[in-house]
Design a protein around this ligand. Structure first.
Ligand SMILES: [Zn+2]
Length: 403
């Protein structure tokens, strides 16, 4: 999946001398004899990396915890790099080649964060509106071997892209455009291996990277896919399983126009998270901590109140003495067994919605405990209504909680 098979040319390919003009050759009308090897025309052996050792590179170059690479089933370390050849140009000195995205038949170089990629212009052109504009401007100045292109990025920021000619190829330096290296690698993975992500579980970190990079570089298809995937996962349908990393979603949701339900769900996940404090620290929003604490406390008392009530309604039961609801001691005993002795109460502290869903899911257990079908139905319906009420309150609190 990581393109490793495509990365290196075979021995035959290394020796192949082709007369294929490069991109810049075509522009300038020149026709060079090129050796289709993956670094340059030089016959010098590839020197060892001039930059930091690989192990250090992967530690220092990665985002905190390197979550993107680990959670994506990417190459074991997507930033493991092979040695870069010393570059003759001034600004591109000191780079490392990306191990996966170095296609021997690539038609241009892109460099970002000290890592160089050899990619296909046509593929980038069809994916990124931003790069399409950059290439278009570059084509208008084909005679220049060095160029600074200024334009607006997808984040509406004024940015510039430096272009140099290196070994007969254009080298586009994207530092300063607003995309970090890991996000760019995620974007490249999606661009080259998109079919692999259709049905697989994808992490929030990967989706966040994709949205950030696809926004800045204007890749509408990838951006839409990532947003739709987040909206599909962060829904308000079922709360039985907590969703991890809510702060990452909240950091994105506001700035990228995601559906309000995503924000509601992410806020709820934040408030019920076992690692609530750590998640709050990761928020990059003008959230006031005391408001979050207060909301968490409200959820706590909500659940305590629900869990303390063995009989959520005064039910007029048609089954008379045959139904458990007519016996206060049986009601109490059943409630103790199913809610308190089962640790249901503790499991859902600050999580009344998850707790209510669990109570509803115990339908068969309530029946087995002697509740008649009508009472079981009424109890579950009341709990479902309570759940909807809390969700409604959460929705109404979104703005207050996030500002
Ligand atoms: Zn009944």
């Amino acid at each position: 999946m990581n393109g490793l098979e495509r990365k290196s040319p075979s021995d035959d390919e290394l020796d192949l001398i082709a007369k294929v003009p490069s991109e810049s050759d075509r522009r300038s009308g020149k026709r060079k004899h090129r050796v289709l090897r993956d670094d340059s025309e030089s016959e010098e052996p590839v020197p060892p990396p001039r930059n930091k050792p690989l192990s250090k590179r992967s530690k220092t170059g990665a985002e905190p915890e390197s979550q993107v690479g680990d959670l994506l089933s990417f190459p074991r370390n997507p930033l493991i790099l092979t040695g870069g050849k010393s570059d003759r140009s001034t600004t591109s000195a000191g780079f490392q080649r990306h191990e996966s995205f170095w296609f021997f038949d690539g038609s241009l170089f892109i460099q970002l964060g000290g890592v160089r990629f050899k990619l296909h212009r046509s593929r980038l052109n069809g994916t990124s509106i931003f790069l399409q504009k950059v290439f278009g401007i570059r084509d208008g100045f084909y005679e220049k071997t060095s160029l600074n292109i200024s334009l607006k990025s997808g984040d509406s920021a004024n940015v510039s892209v430096k272009v140099e000619e290196v070994d007969g190829f254009d080298l586009y330096i994207l530092d300063g455009v607003g995309v970090n290296l890991e996000d760019f690698v995620v974007l490249m993975n999606l661009m080259e291996n998109s079919f692999e992500y259709c049905d697989s579980d994808v992490s929030v970190f990967m989706l966040a990277s994709a949205i950030r990079a696809a926004t800045t570089l204007q890749c509408p298809t990838i951006r839409s896919w990532a947003i739709i995937t987040i909206e599909r996962i962060w829904n308000l349908h079922t709360f039985l399983e907590p969703l991890p990393n809510p702060s990452e979603v909240l950091n994105l949701a506001r700035t990228h126009g995601m559906h309000e339900t995503v924000i509601t769900r992410a806020l709820y996940e934040l408030l019920r998270a076992e690692n609530f404090d750590a998640e709050v620290l990761k928020l990059r929003l003008p959230t006031r901590r005391e408001r979050l604490d207060s909301a968490k406390e409200q959820l706590y008392y909500e659940w305590i109140s629900i869990a303390a009530d063995p009989q959520p309604s005064t039910v007029r039961c048609p089954f008379g003495q045959r139904c458990t609801s007519h016996s206060p001691s049986e009601v109490q005993k059943t409630h103790m067994d199913l809610v308190h002795m089962s640790s249901l109460l503790e499991r859902h502290l600050s999580d009344p919605i998850g707790g209510l869903e669990y109570l509803i899911s115990l339908e068969d257990r309530w029946s087995a405990a002697g509740y008649c079908p009508r009472c079981v139905h009424l109890r579950t319906r009341l709990w479902a209504d309570k759940k909807d009420e809390i969700i409604k309150e959460m929705k109404e609190s979104n703005n207050w909680l996030l500002n």
